[in-house]
Design a protein around this ligand. Structure first.
Ligand code: ZN
Length: 278
């Protein structure tokens, strides 16, 4: 996908599985399982989608780093992860080495978005992308570092704490233009400090959702994960963003759908995702 000066690639770090009931919140299983079948443990399978954004000026941006290489066998079993993380291979296939990456964006710091930020090196944990700044919302950083009983299952300190010691952290507040036309924008809902990524250039917009709208099955307004800490904020964000995305014909990609780009169509009051060729 090309937009303005940027080439944007989309790929998956791999599949994982989460409880389907938690994924669809108040929606009854008889409805959600038609959209997304559950396995014998009531789990649904999802991709951990990443973006690679490059321009001709040497900027190499990685959005989301997947589950990463540090999970224990028990964690992999719990999260239904059967394959090694694909992030570095996917980058390598596109000619990108870890040293080339200039900026990493995590929409938030849950293990399935920030796990590849770091890796274990001997006794330590170090940044996977040693030259990159890691752009994270300040509130997300603080909430992850001070996780509570409700949130700590999703935050693994080794995914983000070593970035501060390495001086790689770029904490941002609210809406920030990180590169010309490339914005991160805070959307409270899934967590307090979740951010989306939006490229807007020459009247065209490419939008990466973050987990307040993790896949196309979450386009209906009340289909909101039980994981969301502020579900009514998620609802408001969807009310604001979906009409704009449809009216302005944004190209949209989701964090946990099959890696692909599409548009949001509004058909008889319902939003629908229509895939487009890259
Ligand atoms: Zn997620």
């Amino acid at each position: 996908m090309r937009i303005g000066p940027y080439d944007v690639d989309i790929f998956s770090d791999g599949l994982f599985r989460l409880d389907g009931g938690a994924m669809f919140g108040v929606v009854p299983k008889v409805l959600w399982e038609k959209a997304k079948p559950a396995d014998e443990l009531n789990r649904v399978t999802m991709d951990m989608t990443c973006l690679l954004i490059r321009d001709r000026g040497g900027h190499v941006v990685v959005v989301e780093t997947g589950a990463g290489p540090k999970l224990t066998d028990k964690q992999k079993r719990n999260f239904g992860i059967d394959t090694p993380p694909a992030l570095l291979d996917e980058l390598s296939r596109r000619g990108v080495r870890p040293d080339d990456v200039t900026l990493v964006v995590n929409t938030h710091l849950h293990f399935d978005h920030a796990g590849g930020n770091t890796f274990r090196d001997g006794d330590g944990v170090v940044a996977t992308f040693p030259r990159a700044a890691y752009a994270i919302q300040r509130d997300e950083w603080h909430d992850a570092a001070a996780a509570n009983e409700r949130t700590r299952g999703s935050y693994l300190a080794d995914d983000f704490a070593p970035l501060e010691a390495a001086g790689r952290l770029e904490l941002v507040d609210g809406a920030v233009e990180l590169l010309p036309g490339l914005w991160v924008e805070r959307v409270t809902g899934h967590t307090r400090g979740t951010q989306t990524v939006r490229i807007e250039i020459d009247g065209r917009t490419l939008y990466f959702s973050s987990d307040f709208m993790p896949d196309r099955h979450h386009l209906p307004l009340p289909w909101i994960p039980a994981f969301d800490l502020f579900p009514l904020d998620t609802l408001e964000a969807k009310r604001t963003i979906l009409p704009r995305a449809a009216d302005e014909r944004w190209v949209v990609a989701f964090t946990h759908d099959v890696p692909r780009f599409g548009r949001i169509e509004s058909v008889e009051g319902r939003y629908r995702f229509e895939e487009i060729a890259e």
